[in-house]
Design a protein around this ligand. Structure first.
Ligand code: ATP
Ligand code: MG
Length: 557
């Protein structure tokens, strides 16, 4: 597996120091803690790679722990998807863990706090709680319920647990400091009534711990050494530490924050992605245009390319936007090495080779990779009728157009040199077919007299190919930063993010393609079979990414 950023980042330096000082007996245990309220996106991959890489590098372990303390939004399908996505990315997590496995213990910890006089049941309305909390500029005010006796608090909390109250009637709050400059310390809510069925504990509980309470305690119960989280939790760290200082717990993990990943031309927030899905602006959570890992997988992204991307961008404390091109280049680099080459014509133009015998079909040898002999060769067939790319012909081409034009000669990849002799149009003047002649002595693509033929184009045998639909993708948003400005980010959607080409012609061998195998369609980019479409009707291929090639750019639209 790839190594993490060569120089090492600030979190790695902290861990190295801790090991040197024999902190945690030199052990490293990290965790990736998703809330199962949606599908993972590429931003999560950064956290996954960081946590697993640190564990792997220092002979430690990384737990996959579901932070499932809000049953209203969490579902089993998300749990299943997250597990398989982390595996797909290439990481082993053993048995997944769940905050809900600790509900009993978390409840007892809350009771411990109440008994210490460090938590109380508050009966203010949600509105009043907000008013009492104050603002960034003004301190908060003590709740009138703050002075409730330990006995009363214990009694009310038990009755909350027993389901005697409705949601919002009472909540349990930590008793910290309503005047703290840090709003998170102004008596934060630690337990609330929620009459929702939980995907795992079902109807056992009707009170659930808040994230800030459940998270640090789950970390501690698991013996996590380094609790790595994104920057928005920096202001929560004092609460993380307060909770672990007040409650007798096995250990006190160190929370370290890092900057979230942002990528231009897309959004990385479950809530925003959800809107795109729910408003049918994309076709589901695994739409290949989305930055969800399921969408990227369906599009043809490889786990290696995603891991490489995460390692390349590194880890820091400073927020930034990463260029989408970097992500695409990581994919190109990986696929350039691995993807077998094939030929496919996306916008077919029929070519009839007038001097080729009508009843002949010949087999030609094609390389599966231009540099890698070990990837072998395959046989492709050639006959009188072939398809070439519409864009590879111009009726009145400029001098530097080294493709087909009237009277011009090109090389058909792995086949023959052909010269265009005639253009056939319909009554509306639309080009329907080309007539060419071939040089029978140029088999393999070289002229016997050594004459120079600059252009090489791809083609498929019209009598031995499969039909397919091909989807080309462009950026999902028009704007580099779709979330910027006053307008709704939806306004920035790129209306041309998807182009579907219905009557593409692919080399016959692609009948054996399976989803997840990515091919380079020569000169066009990297493509894979769609994992959702039923193959019986039609093959559907998705373009993962175009080639850097300038031809590819021309063919894009
Ligand atoms: P979102 O904002 O998309 O809803 P989230 O942070 O609420 O994401 P969680 O399931 O709570 O999603 O996240 C699990 C872990 O992934 C957290 O530790 C979080 O910090 C991390 N994470 C989420 N988004 C990013 C990102 N864009 N870059 C880096 N880490 C992220
Ligand atoms: Mg979250």
């Amino acid at each position: 597996m790839e190594t993490d950023n060569k120089k090492g980042h600030f979190i790695e330096s902290i861990i190295i120091k801790d090991i040197e000082n024999n902190k945690n007996k030199g052990k490293v245990l990290t965790r990736f803690p998703p809330e199962p309220n949606g599908y993972l996106h590429i931003g999560h991959a950064k956290s996954i790679c960081l946590n697993f890489n640190m564990a792997n590098k220092f002979n430690g372990k990384c737990n996959l722990r579901f932070d499932d303390s809000n049953p209203a939004k969490e579902k089993q399908v998300y749990i299943d998807s997250i597990k398989s996505t982390v595996n797909w990315l290439g990481f082993e997590f053993g048995t997944p863990l769940f905050a809900s496995d600790y509900f009993e213990k978390l409840h007892d910890f809350a009771v411990e706090l109440i008994k210490k006089g460090k938590a109380y049941v508050c009966s203010l309305s949600a509105d009043d709680i907000r008013k009492y909390r104050g603002t960034l500029k003004e301190p908060g005010k003590d709740s009138p319920y703050r002075k409730r006796s330990v006995e009363e608090n214990l009694d009310l909390f038990t009755r909350m647990k027993n389901g005697e109250f409705d949601e919002g009637e009472h909540i349990l709050r930590a008793k910290i400091d309503m005047k703290s400059p840090n709003i998170n310390l102004r008596d934060p809510i630690i337990y609330r009534v929620k009459k929702a069925s939980h995907p795992r504990t079902h109807d056992k509980w009707c009170i659930y711990p808040m994230y800030d309470f459940a998270h640090c305690l789950s970390d501690s119960l698991e013996g996590i050494t380094h609790s790595l989280c994104s920057l928005e939790f920096e202001d929560h760290r004092p609460l993380y530490d307060w909770t672990l200082d007040e409650i007798k717990t096995p250990c006190h993990p160190q929370q370290i924050e890092f900057a979230r990943m942002n990528i231009n031309y897309t959004v990385l927030s479950k809530r925003k992605l959800q809107r795109l899905v729910e408003e049918n602006l994309v076709q589901g959570w695994d739409d290949p245009r989305l930055p969800t890992l399921e969408g990227m997988k369906r599009r043809g992204y490889t786990p290696e390319s995603i891991r490489n991307f995460c390692n390349t961008i590194g880890v820091s404390k400073k927020e930034s936007r990463i260029d989408m091109t970097l992500l695409e280049n990581c994919l190109r680099d990986d696929l350039n090495e691995k993807a077998p080459r094939v030929m496919a014509v996306l916008r077919p133009l029929k070519v009839t080779i007038e001097n080729y015998p009508a009843d002949r079909t010949e087999e030609l040898t094609a390389k599966n990779h231009p540099q890698k002999e070990d990837m072998g060769t395959r046989n492709i067939t050639f006959s009188k009728e072939i398809y070439v790319e519409m864009d590879d012909f111009m009726e009145d081409p400029p001098k530097k157009f080294f493709r087909l034009g009237p009277g011009r000669e090109v090389r058909l990849r792995y086949a023959y040199l052909v010269t265009c002799t005639k253009v056939i149009k319909d009554s509306a003047g639309i080009i329907k077919e080309l007539i060419c002649t071939y040089d029978p002595d140029s088999r393999g693509g070289n002229a016997p007299d050594g004459r120079k033929v600059k252009g090489t184009i791809h083609w498929v045998n019209a009598n031995d190919c499969i039909d397919a639909k091909v989807r080309l993708y462009d950026r999902l948003f028009k704007d580099e930063n779709p979330e910027q400005g006053k307008q709704d980010f939806i306004e920035n959607l790129n209306p041309d993010s998807l182009t579907e080409l219905e009557s593409c012609k692919l080399e016959k061998g692609l009948i054996n393609a399976v989803p997840g195998n990515v091919y380079q369609f020569e000169r066009l980019g990297y493509f894979c079979l769609d994992s959702k479409e039923d193959r019986k009707n039609n093959s559907v291929f998705n373009r993962a990414v175009s080639l850097r090639d300038t031809w590819a750019k021309r063919l894009k639209k």
